[in-house]
Structure formats: C-alpha cells, structure tokens
Design a protein around this ligand. Sequence first.
Ligand SMILES: Nc1ncnc2c1ncn2[C@@H]1O[C@H](COP(=O)(O)OP(=O)(O)O)[C@@H](O)[C@H]1O
Ligand SMILES: NC(=O)c1ccc[n+]([C@@H]2O[C@H](COP(=O)(O)O)[C@@H](O)[C@H]2O)c1
Length: 261
Amino acid sequence: MLLSLLLNEEFSLATIFDREKEELRRKQTMKVLVIGLGGVTNGGKTTLAKKLKKVLPNCDIISQDDFFKPESEVETDERGFKLYDVLDALYMDDMVKSIRNWMKNPASSGVVTEEPQNTCDNLKNTVHVYILIVEGFLLYNYEPLNELWNRRYFLTLPYEECKRRRSTRVYQPADTPGYFDGHVWPMYLKYKNELEENASNVVYLDGTKSQEELLSCVYSDIIQELKKLREGISYIFISQNKNQATDMKSQGWTSLIMIEM
Ligand SMILES: Nc1ncnc2c1ncn2[C@@H]1O[C@H](COP(=O)(O)OP(=O)(O)O)[C@@H](O)[C@H]1O
Ligand SMILES: NC(=O)c1ccc[n+]([C@@H]2O[C@H](COP(=O)(O)O)[C@@H](O)[C@H]2O)c1
C-alpha cells in the first residue's frame, strides 16, 4: 500500500514536472506581436490591415467595427444625431477580452520558425511568432488597451478627403445630413488631440499616400519589430547535471535551471 502510494506520488510528480517543462517550453517558444492600426474614419485601416495579413506570417485581424453596440443602445443627442463616434457606442471590454483571448491562444495559420544558436541537436527549439492586427477608429483612448500594443500606427486624412470618402460609404444606420460636420469630424479631432497630448510612441501615417506605399512602409516597420522580438528571445536549459548545464551556458543558452533530485 505504502509502496503503491509512493509510486503514485512519484508518477504524479514526474507528470507535473513534465507538464511544467512543456509549458515553460511552449511559453519560451511562442511570441506574440500586437499591432494597433488606428486612425480616422475611411483612412484606409481595413484595406491596409487586409493587405498586411496577406504578406505577414501567422497574422490575424480584430476589427473594432465588430464591437459597436446595436442602434437601440447608442445615445442620441439633442440634434437627433446618434452618437456613434464615442467610446460609449462600443463594447470596449469585450474587445479587450477578445484580444487577450487571442494572446493566450493565438490561432495559427502556418508557423515562423527560427533555430537557436545551439549545437545540441536534440534540444533545438522552434520559435513561433504570431501577429495580431487590431484595426479601428478609437483604439488609443481606452486605457485598458494601452498596455497591449507592441506597435501603434495612426492613419490621418485631411478634412476634405475624409469627407469625400465618407460620403461614398453607407453605414447602418446611414449618416444623416450634417452628421459628418456635426459629430464625426469633431469627435475625431477631440480624440486625436487627446492622443497627441498623452502618447509619444505612435507612428502617424498619411492616408492620402497610395495603398502600395502605405503597405510597404508599415510592412518593413513590422519586420523590424519582429527582428527585435526574436533577438530578445532567451533560451532556458533545464538539467540535473551541473557540468552539462555550465557547458550549455557557454554555448549561448541564456538561462539555466538546475534540478536537484
Ligand atoms: N491609400 C488609399 N488611397 C485612396 N483610397 C483608399 C486608400 N486606402 C483605402 N482607400 C479607400 O478609402 C475607403 C475607406 O477605406 P477603408 O479601408 O474601409 O477605411 P477605414 O477602415 O479606415 O474606414 C475605401 O473606399 C477604400 O477603397
Ligand atoms: N458599425 C456600425 O454599427 C456603425 C453605425 C453607424 C456609424 N458607424 C461609423 O463607423 C465609423 C467607424 O468605422 P470606420 O473607421 O470603419 O469608418 C464611425 O465614424 C461611425 O460613425 C458605424
């Protein structure tokens, strides 16, 4: 009885140890990059996000447009304007949850691999990098989101061009006369001013540039971010043997865990 208990205990300890090793290895080898693609309505956010998804590895998109409240829950002001261009018109908490869920378990669409500089063949790791692009017109004025970004872009347009593009688009409900000048543009200026006052690390993009130019600029910038992310990766070697572990450190493994048994 005692022996069997001991055996069971040993078995479960070994299992837990294996699981922990596996979890550690998974965390070590999985990296996520969360990119914000914010900016003015009709600035080209959705267009650019879709183009980036085609050229970046393991890339998913979350769109803020999917988190608008239904019309019945959106406030109307004294002029009769539905107040869609404010944070209150959106289920922002749900959006944060969606991003966090993705970060915990990023959906994969192929893998990026990178071998560590290590000569011990049977211990080679594979690094999986997943990219999430979050696109939307009100991304950077909601505090709980601000700790999640690895990189933030903001598309701008001059008033005339924005108004022209907006007039060709049909929302549900459709814009009423005076809506752009009375609500959309003033709210855009308000949130943009707030952003300029509070945040420094935002890359502003001129939305009048061609789609190709914008894609090429953001693509190369993200590739630089990916490089930085990979260079920052450390490798942990777990060993029972002190000599072997010391040897591994000299081969470029940045962390060691010694197990005494
Ligand atoms: N770089 C660009 N130059 C000119 N028109 C563009 C550009 N990018 C997008 N568009 C057009 O502008 C409109 C709004 O684009 P969209 O990507 O839906 O903007 P957003 O998601 O920012 O509201 C669409 O008609 C799209 O074809
Ligand atoms: N998706 C909706 O339910 C809905 C309804 C009415 C207006 N809008 C407009 O959507 C705009 C934001 O989206 P875009 O950045 O894609 O234009 C806001 O300016 C807002 O006025 C969205």
